[in-house]
Design a protein around this ligand. Structure first.
Ligand code: HEC
Ligand code: HEC
Length: 457
């Protein structure tokens, strides 16, 4: 927990020179320092992974060959047409059809069994070395005490050749029944998941590697990217390639804010600069959204509404205890990782369960979490494809005052008053975090994939 660091930064403020040199600011409050600008060396491989790996990773990311029933790819939930997320509060996993807000819930025997319990996060700036902790609860993170270099749910089963934490993450979506593998009895990958066999002979990762080595175009791409022969291909190589693609394609560090940090004082509008001063000052955002990528990589409870079926935690099995479920520390209940904020204006819905469908909604939530929880309208706000049996679970937590009270009790954000005008400035600053190169990323989508499977969901 990092409350101390957060509080300290306001008790003993560091004066941000760049901030104070701005004119027309009422200097009656303290400022956090602005972060250093984003540079190549902040990224793995100096931001420049080998092209052969990137090309291979791009195909793999969009290829349904990595899913048990060959009906869903990474891109389904992290698409270039939906700003590397899926546009929904909670994703619809394997079995459904369509992408983005028109994705359905499947039909007949293929219909989905449940919603994916957490929002699909955007993938911008994740190649930065500072981003050492992934997932809303941080269950994949760099950990020098582990043989593999990473702490993950796979423990000692994790292969030893993973090049970075983003590659370690890419080992897991294929092992989730709901996301990509499918249900037991539907296919051998799903059966291996059900048997808990990820890394063994005939396990999930070995089966996927087999599929890839049987596609000649992939074999030559693996050879080019890693200098290996068909029989040496492992799923960990695929994960390394996927990571290379994600890192270079969605780097997103040429926003007006980035250009401002590099010295172009006119890169942001006047009102965005005022918003920045609020972010690093009175509004207190940089207490958690700190560092070049606007995250402290720590966990905080900010009283977020909980929608969907949650992670099966708590008295009724509808809650999501966040970080506490990884560490077992009850003091960390309802804490989630502070998300990085590049392109945040593009990547709704927001929050770990996608509870807010507008950016302004989640910003206002931060200013008074308790009131926001009281006013949250679970019947209209979530962006979810409707199906009666699924809908029946969506508002379980929000409809139970005792469960909402637990969320409030854990909240660590104090109430803050900002005038409407100041909120507008803050919003303008958040919009200055949009990289012009990320506005149109249709070209990040390949026209075909080597398996020959359809790119249409
Ligand atoms: C069915 C939807 C779905 C599919 C398919 C999917 N993801 Fe995700 N992804 C999610 C969700 C939901 C989370 C957050 C889960 C959590 O935090 O518990 C996530 C988290 C991530 C993260 C962590 C982001 C962060 O900021 O911590 C990365 C990276 C990622 N996915 C990449 C991939 C890759 C690579 C694949 C394919 C191998 C993939 N995803 C397939 C839904 C999906
Ligand atoms: C106490 C730490 C803390 C402070 C202070 C804080 N945030 Fe956050 N913020 C978080 C956490 C944690 C989340 C994720 C919560 C979740 O997913 O449940 C978050 C989420 C967000 C999101 C949604 C991002 C996404 O991708 O879903 C935005 C936007 C945001 N914060 C903006 C702000 C602004 C603006 C301020 C200042 C008014 C601020 N935050 C202050 C911790 C903080």
């Amino acid at each position: 927990m990092n409350v101390k660091k957060f509080v300290m930064s306001f008790v003993f403020p560091i004066t941000g020179l760049a901030l104070l040199s701005e004119s027309s600011v009422a200097n009656n409050y303290h400022y956090d320092k602005l972060p250093p600008p984003s540079i190549d060396s902040n990224f793995y491989d100096n931001g420049n992974p080998a092209e052969a790996k990137v090309a291979l990773g791009k195909f793999l990311f969009f290829d349904k060959i990595l899913s048990g029933n060959k009906n869903i790819s990474c891109a389904t939930c992290h698409h270039g047409l939906t700003d590397t997320g899926d546009g929904l509060s909670l994703p619809v996993g394997e079995g459904a059809r369509g992408i983005g807000v028109v994705r359905d819930t499947g039909s007949g025997p293929d219909a989905i069994h449940e919603r994916v319990p957490r929002n699909a996060p955007p993938l911008f700036t994740l190649g930065a070395i500072e981003i050492d902790t992934l997932f809303h609860d941080g269950r994949v993170e760099i950990d020098a005490t582990q043989l593999s270099g990473f702490s993950t749910p796979a423990g000692d089963d994790l292969p030893l050749i993973l090049e970075n934490v983003l590659a370690a993450q890419a080992m897991f979506p294929v092992t989730s029944a709901t996301e990509m593998a499918g249900q037991m009895g539907e296919n051998p990958v799903a059966d291996a998941v059900a048997a808990g066999n990820l890394a063994g002979v005939g396990g999930v990762w070995a089966q996927l590697a087999d599929r890839l080595r049987n596609i000649p175009e992939y074999v030559s791409m693996f050879t080019e990217a890693f200098g290996i022969t068909a029989d040496q291909i492992t799923y960990a190589h695929a994960a390394n390639a996927i990571s290379a693609f994600e890192r270079v394609t969605w780097r997103a560090d040429n926003t007006p804010f980035d250009r401002f940090l590099r010295g172009d004082r006119k890169a942001m509008s006047k009102s965005a600069r005022k918003g920045m001063r609020l972010f690093y000052g009175k509004a207190g955002c940089s207490g958690c959204h700190s560092g070049t990528y606007l995250t402290d990589m720590q966990f905080h409870a900010i009283g977020m509404p909980q929608i969907g079926q949650g992670k099966g935690h708590g008295e009724y099995g509808y809650e999501d205890m966040g970080r506490a479920s990884v560490t077992g520390d009850a003091d960390q209940r309802y804490q989630f990782r502070t998300p990085p904020l590049r392109n945040v204006a593009l990547t709704g819905p927001w929050g770990h369960s996608g509870a807010f469908d507008t950016l302004e909604g989640i910003v206002r939530h931060h200013l008074d979490p308790e009131m926001s929880l009281d006013n949250y309208d679970c019947s209209t706000e979530p962006r979810l494809p409707s199906r009666a049996d699924l809908d029946a679970h969506d508002c379980f937590v929000m409809n139970d005052p005792a469960l909402v009270m637990n969320i409030k009790d854990a909240n660590e954000l104090g109430k803050k008053h900002l005038s409407e005008k100041k909120i507008t400035y803050l919003m303008d600053f958040l919009h200055a975090l949009t990289d012009p190169n990320s506005v149109d990323i249709r070209n990040d989508v390949p026209r075909r994939v080597p398996s020959g499977l359809s790119l249409v969901d």
